[in-house]
Design a protein around this ligand. Sequence first.
Ligand code: SF4
Length: 697
Amino acid sequence: EEKAQSGTVCTTCPYCGVGCGVLARSNGRGEITIKGDKAHPANEGRLCSKGSALGETTDLDDRLLAPVVNGAEADWDSALDLVAERFQATIAEHGPDSVAFYVSGQLLTEDYYVANKLMKGFIGSGNIDTNSRLCMASSVAGHKRAFGTDTVPGLYADLDEADVIVLVGSNLAWCHPVLYQRIAAAKKARPGMKVVNIDPRRTATSDIADTHLSIAPGGDVALFNGLLAEIAAQGAVDGDFVANHVSGFEAALDAANGTDLSVTGLSGEELAAFFHLWIGSEKVVTIYSQGVNQSSFGTDKVNAITNCHLATGRIGKPGMGPFSVTGQPNAMGGREVGGLANMLACHLDIENPEHRSAVREFWDAPTMPEVAGLKAVDMFRAVGEGRIKAIWVICTNPAVSLPDADGVRAAIEGCDFVVVSDITAQTDTAQLADVLLPATGWGEKDGTVTNSERCISRQRGVLPPPGQARHDWRIICDVAARMGWGAAFDYSGPAEIFREYAALSGIAGKLGRDFDISALAAISDRDFEAMAPFHWPLTETRQGGRFFGDGRFYTPDGKGRMLALEVKAPASMPSADYPFRLNTGRVRDHWHTMTRTAKSPRLSQHMAEPYLEVHPDDASRLGLLPATLAKVQSPQGSAVLRVVVTDRGRKGEVFAPIHWSGQNSATGRIDAVVTAITDPVSGQPDSKGAVVKVEPF
Ligand code: SF4
């Protein structure tokens, strides 16, 4: 009551997967002030630089305020009619797989749900994929292989209780700052807690680490295979847990024994000390992020980690477990409602006939694809080859963020019909659209998101939709209605959509799936409005909490699966022509392609322009001086970046941030350089694996 009167709204930060609660207060003139929400379990009042600058990013400069058709402002009816007609005509002539939706981990779960329902249940194709494919698809695939479902076993509270935290391929200090702060606070309270940072680069995260292991790129499977072999050699296997709750132990151990650990690039002393620490401390949390996922064998890396936790039974209990931290605010919500091309809503599988028919019946859908659709990189390949003839890009900027960005841009440019829904027309992708649809953004939208620890929170609007902007769920439903499916997409608002997928999750629960929030299937609009953050699932036997500590998994035999993992070489190896490995990642104060964070001068001060980190020995050999420009070139494309000479990285390796685009800089678009190689299991791009040459510009 007090909050409503003061104009303060409890909402959730739209950036990373920590999912911090935010109190946003409007002054009634389009400006808002921001504070951390002490009542939110994810952050207990903390915010990082990006979250606390949210109030500086809600102005209407560069906002798309009306539909645009072929470069001219149009009214909603004619724009929506055109979208529906062109999609219908394309489907009629070339079949349902000739169209696609490419969506975003920035969407709210309700937006995601209706987009997925339209493509899979009504258009009848699996061709809906998301930029979450770039951030955590390998974790999804690894979870499904090990646990039978895409389940994050633990909670953030485990970080407070762990004795050892291992951070693998994660610059948590910049990419998930509030979780980093949480670990820092836990370490201060319990100085005996140890932190190990495994990353080819020394980053801001290394500051908190007792040990930084500068692993060679691609060395992770060997490292965790080595750990598994050592766990067995030292008698640290949890025999009861493995005998009763785990399959594949012997084969995984056979594959691990004799692994050549030299590929890790770590010394015998470093390896022995790491193995000793991990094995000697029962409460170990292994956090991993894009350094694991963005790889040509990212799924194997995930399972090399889950193998060690399964072998020791260190999973789903306080202070222990493998922990995937997701990049985006709602990558998890998208996964829950089937935003990936190979999933159905509520963690049901598209290729499982029983799951398929349950969803089809629930939706009363006219059709349902029997196979997965195209994953992100393959989707844009199909656009380029003319197999996909109409694409709708919602809330993301693939012409900058996908690998082979020049190829993706050319594919979109050559596509027969391109629709883009976004808050701005000023992205590389939006500028290629035939139809631009103005969407509401953070601060205006209402719905839910799920963070990295399965906590579902409300995002709430504090500002009115500007101009003619509409909510994404509404735009998608309006198109669905024009395609003839109005009855199935006739929602009064996000609460009604939430009720529908909550009800579907009950069916999923009966089919043995983990995601079950059906206890909320009859939630009133009023209670949805007031809904406090909660962790799923919400079944009679389990209310939030951890998974798998009881030894119950979601595989057909109910056991957690260990995988026999071969050590593979990275898909691209440095050569005389391309002697450097290119690593890519985030900076602290920018987000994705900067459509929002670039509005804040405070955030832009941290890193003012795109840059290339080069080791001092390489810089001197190449004649590169600090602050000069370097051209970085792969077989795929090139970029020009400001040189930063630093020994943070290893010799022979360079690093560049991902954020800058053709709009902000003519040359800093690093994904033009990244090759479009993907993990064969997850389809996630190998965004840290390109080989390049570097020369003064
Ligand atoms: Fe937002 Fe992530 Fe920062 Fe929290 S840690 S305020 S969710 S960017």
